[in-house]
Design a binder for this molecule. Structure first.
Ligand SMILES: *Cc1c(COP(=O)(O)O)cnc(C)c1O
Length: 481
């Protein structure tokens, strides 16, 4: 048996490369990363997917091992290149963030140290780091000391945690679900509706509150709907406000919504996944008044703080609300976590137990650069979007959905003749395939619009000027076609 054990040990030895081998891997991988970053600004914003049987075969796992150089070549060709180049400065679709370089080293250290930021008794340091970031964000939004939060994988999961917490804290029971009423606007992110379904609340009544000309929820109608529902013996429960909608970057009127929620005792969840970190910009302070009165907030560092995808945050005005919802004791294989350590254990505040050491991908860049450059980048994006908006306003036949409040400009070209929706779809596809910049499309009032979302920290003036040129040229092309 000993001989067998020794043989297996030898076979598995490669799993712990020695120092020399580690260096070899690091050099090759870093070379690839450098090449990726150096060519990023000039790479196309879109590459068609060459996916074929060969790609599947070559990416599939088998008993055979490959050299790192060969693996990177496969990765580049079949994984990294195809599709939208969302890190490129010219990528102006969806909500781009860019992916900070320093975060990559944060992730590297997170993986190497592999700390367990779930329970403070296991890793008080990793737990502390997560809590320090939560506290920093709680301070930003103006929450009291009793506030809490959790680093989740993204905004969708943060929204889910917010909604499940609202359900639990208010003690809602299944027998009443069909009488519950949720208020949100037509512009709410679909992850909210998905969260309601996952949270078992499909039977609840959803009131889609109309929006005004700026695509912001109308608080007067909201108030009327709640009063009517109360009269009809329904249970108004939750208002979801958006602080920066995905379609147009519109901001629902928080002070009015908060006042209504207080009067009728409803939970307010603010989805600030996209817009939240614009709180760093002094010129926008007025939009964030009363954010600290919301019961829960979603805010995404992988959007407004440019960290690579995989980091969203839920904040709650009362940490205890998260705790009551997620704490689970009587775990035989865990010591009494409650009294272990003064730092809160993240596992008591979310559904996760073993989790990625996410804090490092945000903490490292913030420590390395300070907050100033983040604020500057956000202010720059605001001005770039305003420049784009003003320039676009001077282009014939362009209709802009609304004046941008943040960094999204939503618009369409209304051709003198023919179907405008078809025209804008063709325009979007032409620009995408040309690959210099990339917009995305959306639907407003049953019409196809293009969206310019400026949030990649790499997008600067040159790119916005290019985007305007590309658009003019694209319009001419589609008109001729
Ligand atoms: C992006 C976004 C979400 C979803 O966040 P993910 O991190 O993509 O899961 C939710 N709400 C709004 C307003 C968003 O822009």
């Amino acid at each position: 048996m000993l001989a067998k054990i020794k043989k297996l040990e030898l076979e598995a030895e490669v799993l712990e490369p020695n120092s020399k081998r580690r260096r070899q891997l690091a050099v090759v991988i870093e070379k690839y990363a450098e090449h990726f970053l150096r060519t990023l600004p000039t790479d196309k914003t879109y590459t068609a997917d060459p996916i074929n049987a060969n790609a599947f075969r070559r990416l599939s796992i088998s008993e055979r091992s490959l050299e790192i150089a060969e693996i990177l070549a496969l990765l580049d060709k079949y994984v990294v290149k195809p599709g939208l180049n969302i890190n490129a400065p010219g990528f102006l679709g969806f909500i781009p963030g860019g992916g900070l370089y320093a975060s990559a080293w944060g992730d590297y250290l997170a993986a190497i140290t592999n700390r367990f930021p779930s329970a403070s008794f296991v890793s008080p340091g990793a737990t502390r780091l997560e809590n320090i970031l939560i506290r920093w964000m709680n301070n930003l939004v103006g929450y009291p000391k009793s506030a809490g939060g959790n680093l989740a994988s993204g905004g969708s999961i943060a929204n889910l945690i917010g909604i499940v917490t609202a359900r639990h804290v208010l003690g809602l029971k299944g027998k009443d679900f069909h009488r519950l009423v949720i208020y949100l606007s037509s512009q709410v992110h679909h992850s909210i509706l998905k969260s309601l379904r996952i949270a078992g609340l499909e039977e609840a009544i959803i009131r889609v509150v109309p929006v005004d000309l700026h695509y912001c929820l109308d608080p007067i109608i909201l108030n009327q709907l709640i009063k009517q529902d109360k009269k009809n013996k329904l249970i108004p429960w939750l208002i979801v406000a958006s602080l920066g909608t995905t379609n147009t970057g519109s901001i629902d009127p928080l002070p009015e919504i908060i006042a209504i929620a207080k009067k009728h005792q409803l939970w307010v969840h603010v989805d600030a996944a996209y817009g939240g970190f614009f709180i760093l910009c002094r010129s926008l302070k007025k939009h964030f008044i009363d954010l600290n009165q919301a019961d829960s907030i979603t805010i995404d560092p992988h959007k407004g703080l440019f960290v690579p995808y995989g980091l969203g945050t839920v904040l709650t005005k009362e940490n205890n609300d998260l705790f009551k919802t997620h704490f689970y004791d009587e775990v035989d294989y865990f010591p009494d976590m409650d009294n272990e350590h003064p730092e809160f254990s993240p596992t008591n505040l979310s559904p996760e137990l073993s989790k990625h050491f996410r804090a490092l991908r945000l903490w490292l860049p913030l420590k390395l650069h300070g907050v100033g450059p983040f604020r500057a980048a956000l202010n720059e994006k605001l001005l770039l979007s305003r420049y784009f908006y003003q320039s676009l306003s001077r282009v014939d036949h362009i209709e802009i959905a609304c004046k941008p409040q943040l960094s999204i400009v939503t618009f369409r070209y209304c051709p003198p003749t023919g179907d405008s929706d078809q025209f804008n779809s063709l325009l979007s596809t032409y620009i995408k395939e040309e690959g210099k910049v990339c917009f995305s499309t959306t639907v407003l009032n049953n019409h196809t619009y293009l969206r310019m979302a400026c949030l990649n920290f790499r997008t600067h003036f040159d790119t916005i000027a290019l985007a305007l040129d590309v658009l003019q040229h694209g319009i001419k092309h589609v008109l001729k076609a």
